[in-house]
Design a binder for this molecule. Sequence first.
Ligand code: ZN
Length: 543
Amino acid sequence: MGGSVVTRSRLWLVAALVPTLAWADEPLDWDAINRIRDEGFNRSEVMGTLRTLTDELGPRLTGSPRGQAASRWTKARLAEWSLEEARLEAWGPFGRGWSFSRAAVHMILPRETPLMALPKAWTPGTKKPVRGPVMKVEIESPEELEEYTGKLEGKILLIAEDRQLAAADEAAFQRRTKEELEELRVFSVPGEPSDWQERMRKRWELRRELNEFLVKEKALATVDLSSRDGGTLRLGSGGSREPEESVGVPALAMALEHYNWILRLLEEDGEVELEIDVRAEFHDEDLMAYNTVAEIPGSDLAHEVVMLGGHLDSWHAGTGSNDNAAGCAVMMEAVRIIRALELQPRRTIRIALWTGEEQGLLGSRAYVAEHLASRPAVEDPEQLELPEFLRERTWPVEPKPDHEHFSAYFNLDNGSGKIRGVYAQSNAAVVPIFERWLEPFHDLGAESVVTRDSGGTDHLAFDAVGLPGFQFIQDPLDYSTQTHHSNLDTFDHAVADDLKQASVIVASFVYHAAMRDERLPRKPLPQEPPEKPKKADDEEASD
Ligand SMILES: [Zn+2]
């Protein structure tokens, strides 16, 4: 017994020394950490916030009346929690708002039965139930439109190929294993940028021409295939939110099981007739969108800022619970905790709940351009034709005065899973700092700091202008298997203990970032990528 005590105390000594040597002078405020854990675990309001954002306010499509109401509610709630200067910052114009209140699709022939389908955002309703025969079309490029001239009137068009139901060999609900977290530590040297933008531009051009063509040809509606199996409806937008553009004809996405069935009936030369009843509305009163912003003022370093946030906007099929009411509820809870405990940060802590994220990080980019760093105006007329998210970046990055006073931005937007660590976003200098800040939360499963980048959400708006912007590593739960952008993204899929854990860790991270002597270290300011080398001509290639 005595022997084991000695062994244990020696182990303790080694364990205590290692992190101290790694980052000896990164202070942890253990008293604040205890109080944050107590408030966040025992008096949490995170699920109440989530419930209001989803059951009561959601879905929150940017520019829709519900989206606008959610922005106003978050501002009022943050003010109630005694955050200061709670405000809505307008950006845009974003374009038209859109909402829908009814969607019923039935097969009429060969037999009557209800079908699972929902309208794509920014597409028109049917005004009254409409019926028509179904026709399969293949339109991959604007050149293929011509062969359909005069053939589409009164038809309901199936626009996607069939897709085989994927084998359900993946667990629907997942937590990251130790091995997966270990694999995330591997950093790959960045390769060539992808041609994603080029592909998106082609799709956008086709959609614009198709919308006009289908209206001219008097097609009744289009039906696409849901991008998720298992009766789940996962869909985004069609139509257009530009006031001057055609919104096309009613456009829906249908569950795979029903879509493939109709295709099989058509293949057997069967006659298929559908009835579609969609009520949808465009809202043109206000083309601007709004970010919610509020702050906890700092003390001696009040002119410097630590930011946290997530996107408040969602898609329309569910109530946008995991994407991303969960992230917003956690970020709101983190500042509530700091305020409730009357912790006084040295730097100003500013929360922002973005809109327009789902359409290309538009709200966070507009915020960064307005306050932190701009880029030269786009002048190329061809580029100006494109929607903002498809335009090429202009150079150089032009920092504004507040760029200098900015410490870091922390984002949460990968569902309602608990925090397992943080992506350092290629910023090697923050790794030992974040490792130290995670030490008090190893017991909650949060241990990993990895240098690799995380993409796809609002921290990229900051990263793009050389400011430290981070996204946490989260357990995926059912985010990628079921809820992401689907009709299943509702309150029931959120996990309360995970959201409490995340709130506590974010509160501690933000507080420590606001208290340290220095701003967080940065990467170099991004520079224009070198022009792609021209292919060597024959002469040079010959030696
Ligand atoms: Zn999201």
